[in-house]
Unconditional design. Sequence first.
Length: 521
Amino acid sequence: MVLQDLGRRINAAVTNLTREQNLDEKAFDGMLKEICAALLEADVNVRLVGQLRKSIKSTVNFKELPPAVNKKRLIQKAVFDELVKLVDPHAEPFRPKKGKSNVIMFVGLQGAGKTTTCTKLARHYQSRGFKACLVCADTFRAGAFDQLKQNATKAKIPYYGSLTETDPAEVARAGVDQFKKERFEVIIVDTSGRHRQESALFQEMVDIQEAIKPDETIMVLDASIGQQAESQAKAFKEAADFGAIIITKTDGHAHGGGAISAVAATHTPIVFIGTGEHMLDFEKFAPQQFVQKLLGMGDMAGLMEHVQSLNLNQKDTIKHIQEGIFTVRDLRDQLSNIMKMGPLSKMAGMIPGMSNMMQGMDDEEGGAKLKRMIYICDSMTDKELDSDGKILIDQPTRMTRIARGSGTSVREVEDLLTQQRMMAGMAKKMGGNMKNMQRAQQAMGGGNKAQQLAAMQKRLQSMGGAGGAGGMPDMGSLMKMLGGGGGGMPGGMDMQAMMRQMGMGGGGMPGMPPGGGRGRR
């Protein structure tokens, strides 16, 4: 995952501080110094780091803190909240509407991965029922159309381009017009890579924008760009006024802080991050979920969405989470499914505590560790598997028996139970608050829908509090995540609909558009 080293350093700094018996201002300043050093090394802008330090210091003012306040919890929450602010410009990203043509134009530096990202985004919307297509308006780079055609054909997405027309604005206009006539809902236009010093290419970008009048312009930023990101993003913002950012190549660079700095510089939200070369290596970005994964807290909402997309049989586990339960058997089922979900390095970030357990391991070593955890579960009785793990802690001889039967150590059994308790704690909070929200919605029965939603949103906010066990985010944050990261329920979704969604109800994938693709010669 992006900036793993940064996350580990920040997490270690906070953890070391919270272990201090005498937590004083000197130890607190030492933690801040380590966090700021880690952010600067990741190429986060110096000004932003200074603002983050100042905000945390003002939140945790030792001289004004009441004696009864939990300093450790307050510091954890302050660090979490300020890191979220760093990547959250509080700007609402564009959302395409079904039944109408939504034109999205891509801009960015050459080599940032625009063409591949265009296809990933088209595939993302296509898998969610939109009729999506691609237009290649990059007439400058040799092989650009061939690359887009190859990607689009592989992903079964219709495309448009020209091998003879040299005016990119004309190609873009013709492609968009054709797909609008065919009632495509998401029309993604790929353009040439350009640099802020190249005034002619910048004018070309403006010409394309005027020709197609896009509903949204997205800037693609390479995670490895470092300190240049802010100045480049500002130049593009002035010329093309993009409304969203996609950060690519986050799987191989520790200096993604520069790209994150561009968010604050342009007040523009990150909407997706590219985590690899493959079409599925593409994640929706949500500030709180991103920081949770960064700090090893996991991303239960992202995990559930990923499970849903794979059509795995998770009904029992989802039902348990809705009820606020998470048994050892549920953990065993999750471990088994993780083995089917793709690269372990990607999945570990979604599971609370798992990224710390897998620290320093490659996918092969991590896979071997997961198998050992499954062997531990397979050495348990049905009673032990269907429990919350307390029976094993209360009777240590059971752990000894399980360790012998699975060929592992008692320490490994204890580690597995720690993992189960972390996930059970989160499931309990999620399930309990879902029930509260359901009761609140039923109590409001009838009346004005807008008033109901406003009341629900207010109730969501009131559920927030200090972080949960293990530095987990507050429940208000978690429920916002489950609602899509905005405020209350997105698009007027009621609680029943949300529960159905988490229970993996609903229809399957819509049919793919007929035909492989078309290119104009």
